[in-house]
Write a protein of this length. Sequence first.
Length: 298
Amino acid sequence: MTIAAPEPEIYTYNFIVDGVNVNDPVNYMVQRDGTRYLNMLFVPGERSANYNETAHRGTVSYRWYDSSILGSNRRLTVYTPYGYETSNKKYPVLYLLHGGGGDEEAWSSMGRAAQILDNLIEQGKAVPMIVVMPNGNPGQQAASTMGLPVKTFDNQNPQNQNLYVKSLVNEIVPFIEKNYRAIPKKASRAISGLSMGGMHTFAATTLYPNVFDYILPLSAGTRETPELDAQLQGIKKAGYKLYWIGCGTADFTYAGNQTLDKALTRNGMAHTFFESTGGHEWKNWRLYLNTFAQLLFK
C-alpha cells in the first residue's frame, strides 16, 4: 500500500503483528520514549531541516554529580558546542528540562536538541551555548535503562516540596559552572522545560528570581492562585531579558498557558506567547526549541 507523505517532521511508528507491537527490523532509526522504543520516520522539508546532522557537530556526554538534597549520585546530559574542546572561550548555558515520563535522555533522543543547536550555530542563527539536560525525577539516579534503584519521596511532606528544583539551582548550576567553561552570570543562564519541566521552570524562576535571565516554559501553564501575582512580581523586580511561552492550541494545557499569558500582561511584564497548531507532542517542542534558541543570549 502506498500513502501520501505527511508534512515534514519526525514521526514514530511500529507494526502490530497478531496483536503484538513490533518494531521495523530494517529501520535502525529508533528513539526511546520512557519504556518504549519506537522507529523514526524523517520526512524532509523546511520544518525538519534542522533535525538532521550537520558537518560540524557538538558533543553530547553524560556526567554524574552528587546531590545531598536528593541523597544520591545522579546523571545528567550535557551538550557542548562544536569547538568547545579546542578553545578557551566561556559559554552561556541553557538548562533544558524534560516532561513527565522522560529522563535525562529525552531531549537528546526525542527532542533532537543537539542537532537543532548544531544547525542553528552553524548557520549563525544561535549563539554557541552549553545545554544541560538533567533528570527531573527526584527519586531516579539516572534513566531507567541504567537499572539503578529508585527512591520514593513522600510528596505530601512539605519538606519534600520542590526538592528537584532546589537541587537544580543549588547543586546542578554550581556543578556546571565549576566543571565547564560556563559564564557564571544571570544574563548567561536560560531555563526551559516542557510540561512537567515547564512547571519546574516556573517554580525555579519564582523561587530563585535572581538566577535566570531567560525563562521559557513550554506546554505547562499555571493556575490562578492568590500567590501568582506576587510570584511574577518577584521576577519582574529581579529583572529578566526574555519570558517566552510556547503551547499548541490543541494542547490540554492551553488554558493554563492563557492564564499565564494574562497574568504576565496584567503585571506589566513583557513576554511572547508563541502559539502553534497541534497538542502535547514532540512535534511542537522541537519547533519551540528551534525557534527560541535563536533568541537566547543576544
